[in-house]
Every structure is written in C-alpha cells, then in structure tokens.
Design a protein around this ligand. Sequence first.
Ligand code: ADP
Ligand code: MG
Length: 505
Amino acid sequence: MSTAPSHDVSFTQPEYSAHAKAALGRKPALFINNEWVQSTHGATLAVEDPSTGREIARIVDASDADVDRAVNAARTAFDDGRWSHLPPMARERAILKLADLIEAHTAEFAELEAIDNGKPVGMATVVDVPGAVQHLRYMAGWTSKLGGDLVEPQGLPRGTVFSYVSREPVGVAAQIIPWNFPLLMACLKIAPALAAGCTLVLKPAEQTSITALRLADLVSQAGFPPGVINIITGNGHTAGAALVRHPGVDKIAFTGSTEVGKIINRDATATLKRVTLELGGKSPVVVMPDVNPEEVAAGAAGAIFFNSGQVCIAGSRLFAHRSVFDKVIEGISQATAFWKPRPSLDPQGHMGPLVSKEQLDRVMGYIEAGKRDGASVAVGGDTAGSSGYYVNPTILVDVKPSMSVVQEEIFGPVVVAQRFDDLEEVAKAANDTCFGLGAGIWTRDVSAMHRLAAKIKAGTVWGNCHAIIDPALPFGGFKQSGFGREQGRAGIDAYTELKTVIIKL
Ligand code: ADP
Ligand code: MG
C-alpha cells in the first residue's frame, strides 16, 4: 500500500451540520453549579478535527482557581445533601432522564464525536452514543437497590448487640477521562458516581472535550441540582493534576495511559484519596489450530482496527498457531480493505484518522522502530491522505518478544503477529507483558478455551469474540493495566464507603 497522493480529493471531510457548527462556535466556558462560567485567567486550547488537521473550536484551559471553584461546588453540593439525601428513586429518575436526553440527541452527539475524535460517524452512532446511554440506564437501577447488610457479630452472645453495615457515597469524585471514547467514557464515569449519591467534577481529555460540554447542556433539564455534575476542560498536567491534588476531592477515577495513572496514584496519596485506575493494555489474541482461519481473521482484524486501534483492549498481539498462521495473516490483510481510513463524516467509513498529530507521530515512530528492530511489514505501515492523521491498517510479522512494538502499547492500528506450537507456550507468551487488561481466545475446543482462560492474566477474557463490553460486567485490569473495577456491582461499590454500626442492646 502506498501513501495517497497529495491531491487525493477522496479524503475531503464532508461539511458539518448546523447543530455541529453551533456547538463548535460556542464561547469557551466551564460548567459549574449548573451554569456556564468564564475561566479566571482566560487561557484557551485549540480543538482540532483530526480528519483535516484544522482548528475548529476553542475550549477553556482551566486554571487552579477554576478547578478550586468546580471542586468547591461539588463539595458544597455533596455536604449539604441536596443529592445524596434525595430519595434514591428521585436520583434514579434524573439519571434515566439524562440517558433519554442523550438518546434523543444521538445524531448530534455522534456527529460531534466524529468531528472531534476522528471516529467514523457510523461507529459513533451505533457504539459510542448507545453505549453511553446504556451505562447510565444500567447504573440508574443500582441507585434504588444498593442497600446494606445486617451482619451479626460472632464473638458475642446473640441478642446483646445489634449491628449492620450500610453503604454511603464516598463524597466528591474527580473523574479524568481519555480521548478515545469521549462521551461513552464520560457517561461510564458519571453513572456510578451519581447512582451512589456522589457529586463530581469531570475533566474530559483536552483533545476531545466537545461532547462532554454538550452533555453539560442537558444536566439541568434532567433534574440534577446545581453542583452535582461539574464539567471542566483543560490540560492534564495542570487542570488534571490540580484536581487530583485538591483536598476537597475524595475519590479519583481515571482512565488513560499507564504512565499518567502512576503519576495520579502518587499525587492522590498525599490525602489518601480512593483511586480507581483503568490503564493501558497490550491484549493478546490467541488463535488455536482448530478454527476456520477466514472467519477468525475478520474478528482479529476488528479487534485491532476498530477505533483505529485507539482502544485500551485492542487485540494488538496476535498469536496464531503455526498451522493456521499464514491463512490468518492473509485473512487480516484482506480485511484491511474494510478498515481503510476515511474522513470521520464519510457515512461509509469504518476507520477514521488517529486523534492527533502527536498520536500519528507516536504510531509511525513505533512502526519505524519495529522495522529497525527487524520486523517486516506484511501490510500497511504507512500514512494516507495529505492532511489529517490517517494511518493505514498495519500488520507486523517477524517480530521478537523483546521488540518495543511487542512490549509497548502503540494505541494505533498496528498488530504484531507471532506463531506458536502449543497451549503452554502461548499462555506463557501471552503473559509476557506488564499489562493485563484483555485477551481473546479463538477456538471451538471447549477444553482449550477454559484452560487458556484460566492461565491468561487479564481482567477480561473473550472467547470467539473481542471487546464486548457490557455495563453489567466488571471491567478492569490485572498488573499495570490498573486497579479496581468499573461496571457491574463492583463499579458502583467503588463509589461507596462501608459503614459498620454496632449498638449494644
Ligand atoms: P494519552 O497519553 O493517551 O493522551 P493520558 O493518560 O495522557 O492519555 O490522558 C488521559 C487523561 O489524563 C486526559 O484527560 C489528560 O488530560 C489527563 N492527564 C494527563 N496528565 C495528567 C496528570 N499529570 N494529572 C492528572 N490528569 C492528567
Ligand atoms: Mg498523554
């Protein structure tokens, strides 16, 4: 595959709708106490359309004073009980209403997400927006079902002491999210916090804040009292770091790179905030010898090329049994036609550009490093288009476990492929990583499936599929992929403190 010539008009981004233009043309502001407020220092950041590389809007780069104001709003709203003391069913209704409002604006959110992040508008319509709505609806139900436990002490005579364990909201949550699924991540984060009775300050990634800001417009309408949901924009090392250090914050929920996760964990230690971290991955996809290679190839291609590989659970290390390796690689190579990059508003597109120039350089840097280390490019390996940040779907073969392309998270449409001969060997190779987020196993051999699922160190194992995420199923990482779990019962528990009450009768 060769780089598209610079006059290639097929990479032209279609025109934005009037709704999108209105959202992008807004005066940069922060959402605090259900009001749009100006920053104290007036600094702003550029918002780009990665399909064109052009600046399309500006957002506030929040100052320390702005962060302080947002946290204080959340703190006051938590401490006076205007949210946590509401009847749980009233909280549930507000969360459901927010879900309905987002759903009613699906087309607008999908377009904005496509423009801002670069993902195909079709994908945003069927994945990101419905996913955001689902997380809210699922967690809304826990609001009225959290409950507590009656637990009797075992070292005292019966009937002398009455004791119970209740769950209380942990307090003010600071939620910091990445740029790969902006609206989905925002809703995945705010849903359990709101359901538990917490108040929050959400900081979307500086590259992709547009849909979170649009979400803020719906907060009052959904019935949330002022200060419950505050949304501020700004750089990570300034606004993000100020949030993490703020003494008014009780809990940090972070999704992003392992590198930043470690910084956040350290910064949160000074005041012993509760921390959950959902970090990077280098997820293996294991293809056993009994499969139909053509069928599996489509799944393995989707596992890495969906969202341009900018997915923490991307199936970025392919291990195919020696007997099917060539056929699987051939099948993935053919599948790259489906995943060839297109501008995000092209309704026929399945893969967009990468989110930023920084990300493009990073991904191309890895491909070059792989080649220098002796890897061969089976397909792709190059950029596309004359502007915008397009990278063609790439397969690297002839790789060795020590190479950076095998060990490090590339976060792009690049898969490294290796052969294996037996199950023990592939289990060991799959675990030869500092990460442990996801893993895929493809086989019709039930015994091999379960043996491998037990051996692989990962928070989620998929069998004959990849990246199915459901709000009811806990999600999180082993090893340096993070700690804590989001979604499911575990997801809401992470926003609560247990209180044990012991009364002598
Ligand atoms: P990536 O490297 O993929 O851009 P990051 O982990 O850097 O992902 O960013 C994820 C989120 O973390 C973003 O919202 C970013 O602003 C924020 N962030 C980055 N650095 C820090 C930091 N030192 N403290 C708090 N938040 C940060
Ligand atoms: Mg970064």
